[in-house]
Design a binder for this molecule. Structure first.
Ligand code: HEC
Length: 222
């Protein structure tokens, strides 16, 4: 066999190997990512376990029914997949699950859920004061010359000694009252004031920021 033929054979063999390799690589399906099994913080179950399992089963059925046959359906299917995923997360959150990154997520509007998650973060009153006077604009209403809202000073004392005497707040802590005042201001309108407080803070504050602002208000105890 001539040297040239040998080189030719080698070249053909190399091309075949590469092609085979590529085919093999294409055939190996991407493995399904397995869900990591960490040990999340223990939670207090806030829901009925039987109901949770039922809802989870319903979602599983919806997932099983998804089809990805044609490209027309692909968009719809992926959208559905994404939303079912979110619905699963809601189930866990409604049941008391606190995600590891809870502090950096927007707090939302579910007061029970917020009170539960607040136990996992420490509020920083100094940062709370910065937020209160700055970006969140609380001071603009509570500290103005003609204030729209009750004064910042003595908030803790006023809530503890006056507001919580109202039977409507039976079982409330000062912290619970403050959280509700900030996240859902219309739930209770302080006598002699108008219902004009901004009601979108659930979308504008993280859990950490809320904890900071609340601990700042709790420090107003003169
Ligand atoms: C647009 C004006 C406005 C802004 C901005 C505003 N508030 Fe208020 N706030 C009010 C008014 C008016 C009330 C009283 C009426 C009510 O209960 O909703 C009030 C009530 C409260 C109360 C209850 C006080 C009490 O004496 O019972 C708290 C706590 C509070 N606000 C905190 C905040 C915080 C924290 C922010 C910023 C994140 C903020 N507010 C932003 C107008 C405002």
């Amino acid at each position: 066999m001539s040297r040239r033929t040998l080189t030719g054979l080698f070249a053909i063999a190399a091309v075949m190997l590469i092609t085979l390799g590529m085919a093999a690589a294409q055939e190996t399906p991407t493995p399904t990512p397995s869900i990591p099994t960490g040990t999340p913080a223990p939670v207090e179950l806030n829901c009925d376990p039987a109901e949770l399992i039922q809802q989870q089963t319903d979602l599983a059925a919806q997932l099983a029914a998804l089809k990805l046959d044609t490209s027309e359906e692909a968009g719809v299917t992926l959208d559905r997949l994404f939303k079912v995923g979110e619905a699963y997360q809601e189930l866990a959150l409604n049941c008391g699950y606190i995600p590891a990154d809870a502090a950096s997520r927007n707090v939302g509007y579910d007061i029970d859920r917020i009170m539960n998650a607040l136990e996992t973060v420490y509020g920083d009153p100094i940062n709370g004061q910065l937020l209160y006077n700055g970006d969140l604009g609380c001071a603009g209403c509570h500290e103005a010359e003609v204030p729209l809202g009750p004064p910042t000073e003595s908030t803790y004392t006023r809530v503890d000694e006056e507001r919580l005497q109202d039977p409507a707040f039976e079982g409330y802590t000062v912290q619970h009252y403050l959280v509700e005042s900030i996240i859902d201001p219309a739930a209770y309108v302080v006598p002699d004031y108008q219902n004009v407080m901004v009601s979108n803070f659930g979308d504008r504050m993280t859990l950490q920021e809320l904890a900071d602002v609340v601990s700042f208000l709790e420090s107003q105890d003169s």
